[in-house]
Design a protein around this ligand. Structure first.
Ligand code: GLC
Length: 444
């Protein structure tokens, strides 16, 4: 019985979170211009850096879920040194990965600010041996490299004495019983957002933890306006109870194409956001195929890394980012500044299109050579090349019936010696913008 209740609670929690990331009060036409860089960017790097890296435990959730006492969790403050922190090395690695933006934790659910907050004393500047602002120098390095800066900020704050929520089985108070106290918290968190906005001027605000309260309680609209007054071009993710600009599914891979104008899949490289004793690393091949899949469906990938308490990045993450970067160097033409590919069913793999739709890119997974088929292409193909090495490939159109509107099948020969180490990309130059036949063949 207890188990069923637990399952129901988890189910409800997930539903609320999915729903909160899906509904939006923002009209896409009003934000089209400012969203353009985001749509073109395709790859972002997420950074979860916080005191949880000291013991290598779940970020914030470990005390909330009673895996460790709050007192022991906060003892990690004393071990957070950043003594080898080199923001330029982080920015170099991000640039090498091919990412066009980065999003970093300015404050996670544990309430520890990673930037110089004046709103209270719980920051790594005042409460840890690191004694320094982690965010400002990092943003400066990103900006030198023309990489957009994103600030992750947890609305909920399980450490703040005026925040109602604390552990998963206990809270401090109920808002309806003490509006004054809730108002004090609102002034606090909105004050921090103002600070981040004016001190750091992020290109993107990445909120988290909105699920604990409603739009009215957070004053989401006011929060949005507060950000936009300072920077009208700032982008806001979809975790502000309906007042964000784009959807942020987390760790869940869409099968059908999501119906959002802009979306971003955020994903860990092992199974955890912060540095953790967890060896379940995704391989470069897995990450590249997930990335390609997101882009072909019109989304971005926000790939996470979790630095250690001294500011160094785990070797495995460096390796993955470098391999991804090398693949992007070879194949980036088919990724960056493209648009979502053709609908599923024409080609058994991911695809993207150039913005003018006169070039179609086909992605071949897993070192596969042989003869590939493309269905329903009305256009004439002018040329097929392999992206990355420029090899010309031949093709054959099969089964075109002169009196029928149904196009023939395109067969493309891909020899083994042209293959990419991970995912090979074919570039099809078309005679004009793509036109597809989407009917039922002889049954039309
Ligand atoms: C979740 C978690 C959080 C993590 C975030 C990243 O909502 O609460 O720990 O930072 O997802 O998407």
């Amino acid at each position: 019985m207890k188990f069923i209740v637990k399952l129901l609670v988890i189910g409800l929690f997930l539903l609320v979170r999915l729903a909160s990331s899906a509904q939006t009060k923002i009209n896409p036409d009003d934000i089209k211009d400012k969203m353009q860089w985001f749509a073109d960017a395709k790859l972002g790097i997420f950074i979860h850096a916080g005191i949880y890296s000291v013991d290598g435990i779940d970020e914030s959730w470990s005390f909330h879920n009673n895996k460790i006492s709050y007192t022991d969790y906060m003892k990690q403050l004393k071990g957070f040194t950043l003594k080898k922190y080199d923001p330029s090395a982080w920015a170099d690695l991000i640039q090498e990965s091919g990412a066009r933006y980065a999003v970093i934790t300015t404050k996670h659910h544990d309430g520890v600010a990673m930037y110089d907050t004046k709103m209270d004393d719980l920051s790594i500047i005042k409460a840890t041996p690191a004694k320094r602002d982690m965010i400002k120098p990092f943003f400066e390095e990103l900006r030198k490299r023309d990489i957009k800066c994103g600030a992750y900020f947890s609305l909920l704050d399980w450490s703040h004495p005026d925040y109602p929520g604390f552990l998963n089985d206990s809270s401090r108070y109920k808002i309806e019983n003490d509006y004054e106290r809730w108002n004090r918290f609102r002034q606090f968190f909105q004050g921090q957002i103002k600070e981040i906005s004016t001190q750091l001027n992020p290109d993107l605000f990445w909120f988290d933890g909105d699920w604990e309260h409603s739009a009215e309680q957070w004053e989401s609209e006011k929060v949005r306006n507060l950000i936009l007054t300072n920077n009208p071009k700032a982008i806001i993710n979809g975790r502000l109870q309906g007042y964000g600009d784009y959807a942020t599914p987390e760790q869940n891979f869409p099968v059908s194409r999501p119906k959002f104008n802009w979306w971003e899949l955020c994903m860990t490289t092992n199974d955890n956001w912060g540095f953790h004793h967890d060896e379940n690393w995704k391989t470069p091949y897995e990450i590249i195929t997930i990335f390609v899949d997101a882009v072909s469906n019109g989304g971005n990938l926000l790939l996470d890394m979790g630095p250690k308490e001294d500011g160094t990045i785990p070797e495995e993450q460096i390796h993955v980012l470098k391999e991804l970067g090398a693949w992007n160097k070879r194949n980036g033409e088919a990724i960056f500044n493209t648009i979502a590919g053709i609908p599923q069913g024409h080609f058994y793999g991911p695809t993207t299109l150039s913005k003018d739709s006169t070039t179609l890119y086909l992605f071949l997974h897993g070192q596969s050579s042989g003869t590939f088929m493309l269905k329903g292409l009305v256009n004439k193909i002018e040329e097929i090349t392999v992206v990355g090495n420029g090899t010309n490939l031949s093709h054959k159109v099969v089964g075109k019936i002169s009196w029928s509107p149904v196009p023939g099948l395109v067969y493309i020969d891909v020899p083994v010696n042209v293959l990419d180490k991970y995912v090979t990309v074919l570039k099809l130059k078309l005679d004009k913008p793509i036109k597809l036949y989407r009917g039922h063949g002889g049954f039309d």
